[in-house]
Every structure is written in C-alpha cells, then in structure tokens.
Design a protein around this ligand. Structure first.
Ligand SMILES: Cc1ncc(COP(=O)(O)O)c(C=O)c1O
Length: 386
C-alpha cells in the first residue's frame, strides 16, 4: 500500500513541542506568550455573534459556488467602509484562508509548478503547497529598522515554473506591509513575468499606529487575488469563512472567476449558517476588532519601552499585526532559548519556525493578556541577564 509523497509525513521530533507537552502532562503552570487564538485570549464576544446564527434561512440549502449574493455583498460593503470599491461579483467565499490558498494553487499551478513566498513568514505555506503538489520558492524580507522586499532574491526565485508571488500584508510575524513603491514595483514585476499576486490581507485591520494598511484590492495592472476572512477580521476563526477578491485586468478576471467558480462548485464547502450570518458577524466583529487593536497596541508599546536602548533584548519595529519579534543575544540557539524558557514556565516561539535566516529571534503573540506578557518578559529578561 503506497501513500503520496506530497508531505514529509514523518515529522522530526521537535524538542520544544516535546518539552511543552511534558510540562503540560506534569500539570506545571505555563505562561503562554504564543496565544494567538482570539477566542482564548480573554476578549468579550457580544451576544450578537450567537444571535447571528439563529436565522431561519439556515434550514434551506441553496448552493451558490462563489457564495450567496448577500454574503458577497457584505464583503463588498466591508471594503467600502475601508474606502475601497469592490463589486460583489469580484468575491468568492471559501471556508478559510487555507482553503483559499489551496484553490488558488489548483487554479494557477500544475504539479511541480512554483509559488514564490516571503521569508520570514507564515509557516503553513510549505504544507499548503505540498498538498497541491506545488513547490514554494522563497524570496527574502530584509530588516533595517523596517522590513522591505529583497528584490534580488525575488528575481532569483522567479524561475520558468513560477506562477504567483504571495505577499502577506501585514506579514506574520514581521508586521510589515509593502510600501506604495514596492506595491508598484511588484505589479510591474508580475506583469512582466506573467505571474499572479496573492495578497494575504487577513491582518489588515490591525495597524499598530494610526495609519491604515493599504490593500491591493483596487490595483488593476496585475492579476491579483486578495485574501481576507472572519478568522482575523472579526476574531472568529471557528466560523470558517474567508474570501478571495479578484482584481486586475477585466478580461483576465472574468476568465479566472469562471475557473475559480468551477473549483468552488466542486467543493461547496462554506456552510449556509455562516453565510447567512456574515453581515451580522462582520458588524459584531467591530467590538472584537476594537478590543484586539487596543490589546496589541498596548502590548507592543509596552514591549518597546520595557526592552529599551540598553536592554539585551530588542523588539524589532512592526507596523501592524498580532506578533512581536524579539532579537535575543546569540549566546544560545533559538531552540535553547525556548527550552530554557520552558523550564522557567514561559512558552515563546523560535524564529526558525517562521524561517528567519539568522539567529536568534523569538516570536511572541501580542494577543497575550498583558499581565502574562509582563511576567513572561521579566523571566525572559532575567534569563538574558543570567
Ligand atoms: C498570514 C495568515 N494567513 C492566514 C491565516 C489563517 O487564516 P484562516 O483561519 O482563515 O485559515 C493565518 C493564521 O494565523 C495567517 O497568519
């Protein structure tokens, strides 16, 4: 009996997860500085979230491949409230961003084709690509008080089998997004090489300062797919609804939409209850967005002031998103940092989890309740001083 080789199924034993598991089994206390599940981070969910699911229409099955008209109109309104004009016909619903990626890889790639993705970034890309028999080639983001695209690495990565460039904005975990000049240059690059852009904007509503995160949903030069979803936009990952907005030249868009609808029709995966509830969930999400924004901003600014100029630990500059990156002395490897911190009851993620090229970085979630973050950071700073 044979299995596919899409993934390296036998994951190497990871010492950090093993130590975490052992600690949990032993019932020892833990300050979890990686908590990025909004439903477990102490936010108040308004009653309107549950009420939204009581719609009598949930009893009727009326499948529509791209999603119900009303739900797609709600997504278009969501963009309008942010100053962007998107037609409901540009929107296709999926059951999560991961599924959206899988559909786009099926739409754009044959087995063996390549997708260009940033590094450091979201660790799931290799799995999502592997499951579609597609390869990820990385291009680099460079940090020099702010993150920017290393164009040379993008050009090097764009071989004959490349089909799309993924940009994550704001990026997880760097919290960076493309400057207007970078967005222009990327569109030009993609038009020149016949590549599509996949712009993952799930964290777009979470700038750390007053500025807003620009969306690629109104660019019309390059073929482009913009991703968003309830998971981050309303702090509701359990609802399993995301969207793809198609933007770019009109003839290309029509052709891409026709094919994407065929893929969506094959699965019809977005549940009726969440589609009916979408307008109300996006409205109710405002309360969550406000609470999350307040938490991440307070945590980020606290971290920056706590790890000031003379600190052994530096907090890299971030512009948006749910994460902060700590640069720690290279006196131990990232794995050793994580293991020794676990010994002291603190869980953080190693930079290599996100494919940082250098050492030593640790990643913490800005959703962490402030008291836990403060206590965890004191223990981390003690270790850095030891
Ligand atoms: C960059 C990025 N995209 C997508 C997702 C997942 O979104 P969803 O819950 O819609 O699959 C995450 C989750 O953390 C993420 O970091």
């Amino acid at each position: 009996m044979r299995f596919s080789s899409r993934l390296p199924w036998t994951a190497a034993v990871n010492r950090i997860w093993q130590a975490l598991e052992d600690r949990r089994k032993a019932g020892l206390p833990l300050l979890d500085l990686t908590q990025s599940n909004p439903t477990r981070a102490g936010f108040l969910y308004p009653d309107a979230v549950r009420a939204a699911l009581a719609d009598p229409r949930v009893l009727i099955y009326d499948p529509a491949p791209a999603g119900s008209r009303e739900a797609r109109e709600a997504v278009a309104r969501w963009y309008l409230e942010r100053g962007y004009h998107v037609e409901p016909d540009q929107v296709v619903l999926a059951s999560g961003t991961s599924e959206a990626y899988a559909w786009l890889f099926k739409l754009l790639c044959d087995p063996g084709d390549e997708i260009l993705a940033p590094r450091p970034s979201y660790p799931l890309f290799d799995f999502l690509a592997g499951l579609e028999a597609v390869r990820i080639r990385h291009y680099s983001l460079r940090y020099d008080s702010r993150w920017s695209v290393d164009w040379e690495t993008l050009m090097e990565a764009a071989g004959p089998r490349a089909r799309a460039v993924v940009v994550v904005q704001p990026n997880n975990p760097t919290g960076s997004f493309l400057s207007p000049e970078e967005a222009e240059r990327l569109a030009e690059f993609c038009v020149g090489r016949e590549l599509a852009i996949i712009s993952d904007e799930v964290f777009a509503d979470y700038p750390l300062e007053a500025v807003s995160v620009p969306s690629l949903c109104i660019q019309d030069r390059a073929p482009c797919f913009v991703l968003g979803g309830l998971s981050k936009a309303a702090g509701l990952p359990q609802m399993k609804l995301s969207w793809i907005v198609l933007t770019g030249p009109a003839t290309w868009r029509a052709e891409a939409l026709r094919r994407l609808e065929l893929i969506a029709d094959t699965y019809l995966s977005v549940g009726t209850p969440v589609q009916c509830a979408l307008p109300a969930l996006l409205d109710a999400g405002k309360s969550l967005r406000d609470q999350i924004r307040q938490r991440i901003r307070e945590n980020y600014h606290w971290l920056r002031s706590r790890c000031g100029e003379n600190s052994a630990v530096t907090v890299l500059g971030a512009e948006a998103g749910w994460y902060a990156i700590l640069r720690v002395p290279r006196v131990r490897s990232e794995e050793q940092w994580c293991l020794e911190l676990l010994d002291r009851g603190v869980f953080v993620q190693p930079g290599y989890f996100y494919d940082f090229t250098g050492e030593a970085y640790l990643v913490v979630s800005l959703l962490t309740p402030p008291e836990e973050l403060a206590e965890g950071m004191e223990r981390l700073l003690d270790l850095a001083a030891a």
